[in-house]
Design a protein around this ligand. Structure first.
Ligand SMILES: [Zn+2]
Length: 318
């Protein structure tokens, strides 16, 4: 891979100062081996692995975790875990597979043995589970069954939070995430990789029923549930991908720098690229913010390296 080519095109000032990370790992991406139907109303398809690698080379991202899109709630082009595995086999230096298991799988029962599937996928190289987007409550017996098996098998789990049942995707929770908090306590050895608007809007204590599903702007106030959960539970990690993760650390930059420093072992760089058009937003927004924060001395090289790749390496055993 020609990293210089991409880095020369980036806008971040730390490039010019030579402070490059040894590695960048994207903890959260979606791709499909073939171009399928477009996302309704957008005209966009998922990026193919080849398109994604081209985008990564442009900006200097080395490796990425593929989260297979097995759930109908949020995919216009359903993907098998096998497709994700084959992509990773084709590009072993670039992609790391997660498996994905819908809580209804095997036999739509809270006592279904989902663990044997997880053990199979772990054996063939999957480093985690997700993105879990089934539109069921965090405390639905089917979901708790998924969590129990994931905890026992020892795979971290990436999830998306939904604010409601229907008309959306993700595990359903209420304002301030009481159901997720209960799951964190009930499954203390399951590593949760937290993602989505309804998780990261909780970075600020003043989030409301009206703002929790979006990208609230402005200063971060005390008492945010997301920060509290990451701080106080060893099994809760922050996936900084997408507009939601970027917003959480950038809406109030002074807060963001402190949060990155304080939770430096618990936060992971990610993009959530879903289409080639994302080269203009999620591919670059968080990366540029973090690189600028480093170059301007707001975060240390140690913090930067942990967020960019060291935490992912440690967590996934890379
Ligand atoms: Zn995603």
């Amino acid at each position: 891979m020609d990293r210089t080519r991409g880095r020369d095109r980036g806008r971040s000032i730390c490039h010019a100062q030579g402070m490059l990370p040894a590695m960048v790992i994207d903890i959260h991406v979606h791709t499909r081996s073939t171009v399928g139907p477009t996302r309704y109303g957008t005209g966009q398809t998922y990026a193919t692995p080849e398109q994604l690698i081209e985008m990564y080379d442009e900006v200097g991202i080395d490796r990425a975790v593929i989260l297979p899109g097995v759930n109908p709630e949020c995919s216009h082009h359903i993907q098998s875990v096998q497709d994700a595995l084959e992509i990773c086999e084709r590009y072993p230096d670039r992609f790391i597979p997660f498996c994905n298991i819908n809580p209804r799988q095997v036999r739509n029962s809270p006592d279904a043995d989902l663990g044997y599937l997880m053990e199979y996928y772990k054996e063939v190289g999957c480093r985690g589970i997700g993105e879990v987007t089934a539109n069921l409550a965090f405390d639905d017996p089917l979901v708790e069954n998924l969590f129990a098996h994931a905890e026992r098998v020892g795979l971290p789990l990436t999830f998306h939070v939904a604010t409601q049942e229907g008309g959306t995707y993700g595990l359903i929770d209420d304002l301030h995430l009481p159901r997720f908090e209960a799951a964190v306590a009930k499954f203390p050895d399951l590593v949760f990789l937290c993602h989505s608007q309804a998780f990261w809007s909780e970075i600020s204590g003043d989030v409301t029923e009206e703002t929790r599903g979006g990208y609230p702007r402005g200063p971060v106030t005390e008492g945010g549930k997301a920060a509290e959960l990451i701080r106080s539970h060893p099994n809760v990690y922050g996936d900084l991908s997408a507009g939601s993760g970027f917003n959480a650390v950038s809406r109030d930059p002074e807060f963001g720098y402190r949060f990155l420093d304080e939770c430096q072992d618990k936060l992971l760089f990610g993009t959530d690229v879903c289409a080639p058009s994302n080269r203009n937003d999620v591919l670059i927004n968080l990366k540029n913010f973090l690189e600028d924060a480093l170059a301007q001395g707001h975060i240390s090289q140690t913090v930067f390296d942990k967020v960019m790749y060291r935490n992912a390496e440690r967590l996934l055993g890379l």
